[in-house]
Design a binder for this molecule. Structure first.
Ligand code: GLN
Length: 281
């Protein structure tokens, strides 16, 4: 089978479940991973014969995609803030909105002394902590997560990206206080309410870790209240707290930080949703 025949049959099946553009982008990612061909090479080498071994890789990926498994799980990795991250069922797949949060932090720190102590709560794949470490080589970075499996992935990602971060297995909801002081605390905690599950895609609902995603409808800010309380004590004066937030709870989350005495700024993401919040102690 030639590359163009493979592409045609892949897209014919995938477009039954996905928009055309998304199916096309899956094919591009798979050809890059399995055939090591860029999109341009794919366009130029339409008549290239594909080996049986490679065809069976595409077939298996197609089957998994038809079952709505995330493409990042199939590839085993994804890109975040220009870096490669291993992902698995144990961690949330890093999202583009979270890259915006990292960019906000780095923009704010631009003119400041970089010898900082930073903490990422609920680090998952380590994407926030590792991107910060990569861009702030003088900073000391700490990260915690409730899941030992997630921490294993974060450890691997830190090593692959050649940064050192201090990882700890911790249930933040049970933590009475943080043992050290920090200049900056960041978190993308679980914030999806059970009632919002109906809006979510099967690739998220069926394949991503529940502990990273969901909160109870009657107390959706549980992590924000806990972390803000810990941060109020552990941040140095003028220290900063950054959150990724539930788009429907922007004003409520901002008010919570203000009740703890933080000066706040709420920001929208590229999709126009309230997604990020900063508090200054
Ligand atoms: N933004 C993620 C989603 O919509 C949720 C991330 C989180 O709960 N922290 O799937």
């Amino acid at each position: 089978m030639t590359l163009s025949e493979l592409k045609r049959s892949f897209l014919t099946e995938l477009t039954k479940e996905y928009p055309c553009e998304e199916a096309n982008s899956f094919f591009g990612l798979l050809t890059e991973a399995y055939l090591e061909m860029s999109r341009l090479q794919v366009a130029l080498q339409r008549d290239k014969e594909i080996s049986e071994a490679d065809l069976s890789k595409f077939k298996s990926a197609k089957q998994r995609l038809l079952e709505h498994e995330p493409i990042q799980h199939i590839l085993g990795e994804t890109e975040f803030f220009g870096l490669k991250f291993k992902v698995s069922k144990d961690v949330l797949v890093p999202r583009p909105e979270t890259e915006e949060l990292v960019q906000w932090i780095l923009d704010d720190l631009d003119s400041e002394n970089k010898q900082l102590r930073l903490l990422d709560i609920g680090t998952g794949s380590g994407c926030i902590a590792i991107s910060l470490a990569k861009n702030l080589p003088e900073a000391e970075i700490f990260a915690m997560d409730i899941s030992a499996e997630a921490l294993e992935t974060a450890r691997l990602n830190a090593a692959n990206n050649k940064v050192v971060i201090n990882l700890a297995e911790t249930d933040v909801l049970k933590l009475e206080k943080l043992e050290q002081n920090f200049n900056l605390i960041v978190s993308n905690p679980p914030y999806v309410r059970e009632l919002e599950k109906t809006d979510m895609q099967p690739n998220v609902i069926d394949y991503e870790p529940e502990t990273a995603l969901y909160v109870k409808d009657d107390d959706p800010l549980i992590f924000y209240r806990k972390i803000t309380g810990l941060a109020q004590k552990a941040l140095v004066p003028g220290g900063k707290l950054y959150f990724e937030i539930n788009q429907y709870l922007g004003p409520e989350t901002e008010k919570l930080l203000q009740e703890y005495g933080f000066k706040t700024e709420l920001r929208k993401d590229i999709y126009g949703n309230f997604r990020m919040l900063k508090g200054i102690k």
